[in-house]
Design a protein around this ligand. Sequence first.
Ligand SMILES: *Cc1c(COP(=O)(O)O)cnc(C)c1O
Length: 362
Amino acid sequence: MPRPIAATIHMGALRHNLQRMREAAKGRTLWAVVKANAYGHGLLRAARAFEEADGLALIDLCDAQKVREQGWTKRILLLEGFFDESDLPLLEKFDIETIVHNRHMIEILKAHAPFKSLKVHIKINSGMNRLGFLATEEEGVRAELEAIEGVRVMGVVTHFANAEPTYEADKPATVSLQLSRMRQIEPRPEHLCMANSAATLWQDDVKGDAVRAGVALYGASPDSHYTSEDLDIRPAMTLSAKILAIQNVPAGEAIGYGSRFVTHRDSRIAVVACGYADGYPRSTPDGTPTYVEGKIAPIAGAISMDMLTIDVTDVPEARLGSEVELWGSHIPVNEVAKRCGTIGYELLCAIALRVPIVEDEQ
Ligand SMILES: *Cc1c(COP(=O)(O)O)cnc(C)c1O
């Protein structure tokens, strides 16, 4: 028997969320972002669920090859571009589009021309200061790229640092600042792709011809001040594990490593078959909710490698074998993340390889 833990991936939720983002994209091309093993949900599984998307966007050329070989015939975009000149023949062979974000990449393209057909997108740094050319450089970069035989400029992309609606207007790198820089590009590019999930959901000023939706497709709100229900998206991953022991612990006893949690009453403590080696963060504090037998039970004591402990004193129904939801439709992944000082994205994509994946149609 495998350990009694599973990440259940809800195919119906993935499909529902794709439709939801399709509506929010309002006729724009919809790239489904499937980087980081589809945010922990499984690359090939996500590609199946997102067959209605217009394209898949990801980071790793090997992953791009895998989805092609599985039969994905629509577009594929490398969000960080190619990393080495040896990638170029594969881009052509598998019809994979790449961003070009720096001069070094242009030089590589020049050195390896001519191409049969190599599709590139010009990445603009409009304020995030991570990848890309300045908007004022776009015209020159485009001319250089278009002069390379076989290179086809598909459009222009940029990325927002802060597209959440609760980001304050007096802070750096707002959407409106980044948009004002994008407006310096003249004439307006024939194909412009700017929005991530947050901008697609909340920033009506962000136009363009395409959007790149990631986290919302997996049912997590990009802004922790909003719930999935607020956005009509459904959590696509449930991380759950079973209770493998119950201890009746008198008041004044400490639980687990470091004795962080001390019982203030006679308590029932359940030991659950999930630990930090499964991707449940060790930094999770006491009081973080889990869901068992229809009730909330708080984390009590430090997370171990293979186990964690919850206080089920107020959940008399909890027994050996009861299933505990660590995150999913009752416990938003963002709620656990917030308690740990991080974001749902990190928890989803850190789900460990050893956790068995179960697929359902819900
Ligand atoms: C990850 C990523 C996205 C998707 O962002 P979400 O917030 O998950 O929607 C879009 N564009 C780029 C360039 C990315 O790296």
